[in-house]
Design a protein around this ligand. Structure first.
Ligand SMILES: Nc1ncnc2c1ncn2[C@@H]1O[C@H](COP(=O)(O)OP(=O)(O)OP(=O)(O)O)[C@@H](O)[C@H]1O
Length: 606
């Protein structure tokens, strides 16, 4: 009982919410949309590959009639050695031609497939980059990764081998049916009775197969999300000795993934034996009925042999079409998931002709601003405030009071759900998003360091900056000393997230990065929280000159850092409770006074 409870708790702990099976019938429109990625190659690779496919299909179609009917009925029956020689040379020539055509067909189709996959992946990645914060709030990094990697990979097979087979088999099938009818309509009709039965069984399998492939993708997504989270959070896991629980959950998702594959491949595997069974029945009919027709002199032995060849060629594309059909179903499942992301519109969108503030001054106004991350509760209520250009304003308040939310609205990572946010008296919804964000630098407590050198990480703030400018910025924030002490100085390689650096060092880098961007507005969200007091004194000094002429919004729990601010805004539960400079607020003896006293007492006790 207790064990069961524990297991449920573990499964509930890791809940990945947004991944559900998208269940729609086979959608031609969507297939068409997928195949529209072939369009850029419609004048180059596509026609070349098509011609190669056509040649190899035609050779395959012509050869049996030459081998059976012409060789047996004309050359051998009439002992015509000249004709026999011509036939042998022609057949050999055709096979050489087919070999060459096949080589090029495979090469070109592979190139086509790789190009299409490259384009789709690029399209998806570019689009995901443009999506708003809300999109990323609702999805785990792992599940996004699965779509960009696995889902697109599963299309690869469809575009490289699947499309070749589809085209080739389609031509073969039509050609073979036409030739079978020409050779013997009655024998063809007798064999064709099996086709509707096969069609009926295969359609009933279709839906199940498609759903199974979708489930496979879902389970992979869950597995990836968990893997990603586990690796990122390994330090917390180990410090709380939660490895066992983690492995238990991993076993759970890994088993689900394994079972979903088993299920899908089991259903898949039903297709080919079914075609083989039909093939066997068809051959039995051919032998029994064909022999009767030969005995009646209705068909010649040559016709019978050619017919047998073609019948073999008839089942082969049907069987392969089954496989391609599965690839199409897998592709459908993946493309639904890819298009779901591509169709996602950025919630924070730019106007068609946005206003450009060539010379942004940095005055910020909030007019009765309301905001809710979700409909259940408001993060900001009726916020009205004005930050003059060049002012330094501090936001203080308890955890969850809405400080970061205000900063998020200034950078327009989210749009206010009520009221207006203005910069230089222009509603920020009317401003160019790129321009707005290029004029704002945000320094977070949790600094993101990209894999690469220190110098490139700082240069991220302004990619065109020279090495000297980067070093200048680093010196200004007091980062130069620790960087010089690294093994390779500014050219030391740091891995993703900069785990080899201390939190404070990472913050200094992000400071230099922000200053290099030369912003009009600078937002420091708990930016000095992890820097030791000595470094902080240095930074405060540097900040004074560097913030000069810029509008600064400082979010700080450590109140000593914001004493000098022009205005201190005290928030509580998303509302402004007090504002004024340090002295005014201390005199007022309100919330701010209480917060300062509490910190002072803590320090005293400490
Ligand atoms: N992405 C999000 N999705 C949903 N709710 C959110 C999101 N970010 C913040 N919230 C909620 O909005 C409220 C305000 O959060 P905010 O981050 O602005 O607080 P804060 O004052 O900056 O807190 P802290 O001092 O802890 O950083 C909180 O109740 C928080 O739970």
């Amino acid at each position: 009982m207790e064990l069961k409870g524990k297991k449920t708790r573990i499964m509930e702990r890791f809940h990945y919410s947004t991944e559900t099976v998208i269940d729609k019938p086979f959608n031609w429109k969507q297939m068409w949309r997928l195949f529209s990625y072939l369009k850029p190659y419609s004048k180059t690779l596509l026609p070349s590959a098509f011609i190669a496919v056509l040649i190899s299909a035609l050779v395959r179609l012509v050869a049996p009639i030459l081998i059976g009917k012409y060789t047996l009925d004309y050359a051998i029956a009439n002992k015509d050695m000249n004709l026999l020689t011509i036939l042998v040379v022609t057949i050999a020539g055709l096979y050489i031609l087919s070999y060459i055509a096949n080589t090029f067909r495979i090469r070109w189709m592979n190139m086509l497939g790789q190009n299409v996959i490259y384009d789709i992946r690029r399209h998806l990645f570019t689009h995901v980059q443009s999506l708003s914060h809300r999109f990323f709030d609702q999805r785990s990094a792992g599940s996004i990764l699965v779509r960009i990697m696995n889902d697109i990979n599963s299309l690869q097979e469809l575009f490289t081998s699947g499309v070749i087979n589809l085209l080739m088999d389609f031509i073969l099938l039509i050609g073979v049916v036409a030739l079978l009818f020409t050779l013997s309509p009655e024998l063809t009709l007798a064999i064709m009775v099996i086709v509707p039965i096969m069609f009926f069984i295969s359609t009933s399998l279709r839906k199940k197969i498609r759903r199974s492939w979708q489930t496979v993708r879902l389970k992979q997504s869950k597995l990836n999300s968990h893997l990603n989270e586990s690796i990122q959070g390994i330090r917390v896991t180990q410090s709380f000795t939660q490895e066992k629980e983690n492995i238990e959950f991993f076993d759970g998702v890994n088993t689900e993934n394994f079972q979903s594959w088993q299920n899908a491949t089991k259903r898949n595997a039903m297709f080919t034996p079914m075609v083989e069974l039909t093939n066997a029945i068809g051959t039995a009919i051919l032998i029994a009925y064909g022999a009767t027709l030969i005995a009646n002199d209705s068909i010649s032995i040559g016709t019978f042999v050619s017919f047998a060849f073609y019948l073999g060629m008839f089942w082969e594309p049907i069987s392969r079409l089954g496989q391609v059909y599965n690839q199409l179903l897998m592709g459908m499942a993946s493309s639904e998931r890819i298009f779901e992301f591509i169709d996602e519109k950025p919630i924070v969108a730019e106007l068609q002709n946005p206003t450009r503030l060539a010379n942004m001054k940095g005055k910020i106004e909030f007019e009765h601003v309301e905001f809710a991350y979700d409909s259940s509760r408001k993060a900001l209520n009726d916020i009205s405030l004005t930050i003059e250009a060049g002012q330094t304003v501090a936001l203080v308040g308890h955890t969850g009071s809405g400080k970061t939310t205000i900063a998020n609205l200034i950078s327009r990572f989210y749009d206010a759900t009520g009221g207006n946010v203005k910069i230089d008296s222009v509603n920020i919804k009317d401003l160019s998003l790129e321009e707005l964000r290029s004029k704002i630098s945000v320094v977070l407590q949790d600094t993101f360091i990209f894999s690469g050198t220190i110098i490139d990480n700082i240069r991220f703030g302004r990619p065109t900056a020279t090495d000297e400018e980067v070093i200048e910025a680093a010196k200004a924030v007091g980062a130069n000393d620790f960087i010089q002490n690294l093994s390779n100085g500014y050219f030391t390689e740091v891995e993703e997230r900069g785990n080899v650096l201390s939190v404070g060092e990472r913050q200094l880098i992000s400071f230099a990065r922000a200053l290099l961007a030369d912003p009009t507005i600078i937002i420091l969200d708990e930016a000095t929280a992890s820097i030791d007091t000595e470094t902080e004194v240095k930074i405060q000094h540097a900040l004074k000159t560097l913030l000069n002429g810029r509008t600064a919004i400082m979010i700080a729990h450590r109140l000593s850092t914001i004493r000098e601010a022009d205005n201190i805004i005290v928030l509580d539960h998303g509302s402004i409770m007090e504002q004024g400079n340090h002295d005014m607020l201390m005199e007022r003896k309100g919330i701010y006074y209480g917060l300062v006293k509490a910190q002072f007492n803590m320090l005293e006790v400490g």
